[in-house]
Design a protein. Structure first.
Length: 376
């Protein structure tokens, strides 16, 4: 086992406990994902904390956390707000994580950095929809989800560490929304996640299928979401893969709204990827599952304009569930962000964060785990 953290594990099979909430130090293991024991992974629960909706930093409301990464230079986490420049500027927060032997004690907000548009001017309200964030060689790499109803194309942008605009990646054909809805992104289901691959390339994923590729996830229906691999230097797309989003795991009460989608992903050192599938059922709440993904044998579908109308064999990315937050007794909110970094005491952790939607009924929730991956 090559540890990404130093820890002593109490090893339990994932999902082997009952309804009792996970205790600090409990470990949940997936020993052989894909039947490959060299890919084994385990998660040790370190606790939960939250910041209540309504908290403000520098007179700007905190919330909407949809992207998360760790800054090695400062030893702090950075978090992207999905505020569409309505409650304040488009912004990234610096966070301190307080971890002790008793577990995760708190997350504190130090400051925010405003993200600027082309020409280094503030984004106009509703002109941007920040969703995913990673730190790279030039600064912040982040996505704007775009909007089908507003005809706002999704985008991948790079900003300097001070928030000033640097450049924008090229959008692949078929992703921009169309007025008639025959192609392009579904509304609010676009560039929700981004990660940096070990090669240095950037991988961006849709939350659900493009209009021309298939339906949104349903109770009996998965959805083929595209993952786009970009060359980090040129910003041009070089490959696309299919990630099959699972069907909605439970119905809404009395037939009310229920959905599922790919809300976050994070590349590991060996090139495999952790993804978060976040589902919500009205009256029942959220179901959060973490999967391990392998792109090694997936079909490059860059040349395929419509997955729904393509007849040749397409091999999607392999995926397997490695952790079910509800299944280990947690009550997750709207988890949309995930990163590996270090807490204030030096412990290396996997940190998950929830988007509170700036709603008084929700909270900015954080879960911390130690993570160990078996590498050969």
């Amino acid at each position: 086992m090559k540890p990404l953290v130093s820890a002593t594990f109490l090893t339990l099979a994932s999902g082997s406990i009952g309804a009792q909430a996970a205790e600090i130090g409990a470990t949940f293991e997936k020993p052989c994902p894909f039947g490959d024991c060299s890919a084994g992974i385990a998660f040790t629960f370190l606790g939960e904390t939250s910041i209540q909706t309504g908290f403000s930093e520098a007179d700007v409301e905190f919330g909407g956390i949809s992207g998360l990464d760790f800054d090695q230079a400062t030893g702090r986490f950075v978090a992207l707000s999905d505020d569409r420049a309505e409650r304040g500027p488009a912004r990234v927060y610096e966070l301190d994580v307080d971890l002790s032997a008793q577990g995760l004690q708190g997350v504190s907000v130090r400051r925010h950095i405003s993200l600027l548009d082309v020409g280094d001017i503030p984004f106009a309200p509703q002109s941007v929809d920040p969703e995913a964030l990673r730190l790279g060689p030039e600064g912040f790499y982040w996505t704007s989800e775009g909007g089908g109803s507003s005809q706002l194309p999704p985008s991948v942008r790079v900003s300097f560490p001070d928030g000033k605009h640097l450049r924008e990646f090229a959008l692949p054909d078929g992703f921009a929304p169309t007025a008639e809805g025959s192609s392009g992104i579904h509304d609010n289901l676009a560039f929700e996640s981004l990660t940096m691959l070990p090669s240095g390339d950037v991988l961006v994923a849709l939350e659900a299928a493009l209009q021309q590729d298939g339906p949104k996830p349903g109770l009996m229906l998965g959805s083929p979401a595209r993952m786009v691999q970009f060359d980090v230097l040129s910003g041009k797309p070089k490959a696309q893969y299919v990630y099959m989003i699972s069907p909605v795991p439970q119905a809404g009460v009395d037939g009310e709204k229920a959905m599922n989608g790919l809300s976050e992903m994070l590349a590991l050192e060996d090139g495999r990827i952790l993804t978060v599938e976040r589902s919500f059922a009205e009256g029942a709440g959220n179901t959060i599952k973490i999967f391990m993904v392998d792109l090694s044998n997936a079909t490059d579908v860059s040349h395929i304009s419509s997955l729904a109308r393509h007849e040749d064999l397409i091999v999607p990315a392999r995926k397997t569930e490695v952790l079910d937050l509800n299944g280990i007794g947690l009550r997750p909110d709207n988890i949309e962000a995930m990163a590996i970094g270090r807490a204030g005491d030096g412990t290396e952790i996997l940190l998950l964060a929830a988007d509170n939607n700036f709603s008084a009924r929700q909270k900015s929730q954080f879960f911390a785990f130690e993570i160990v991956q078996r590498l050969q």
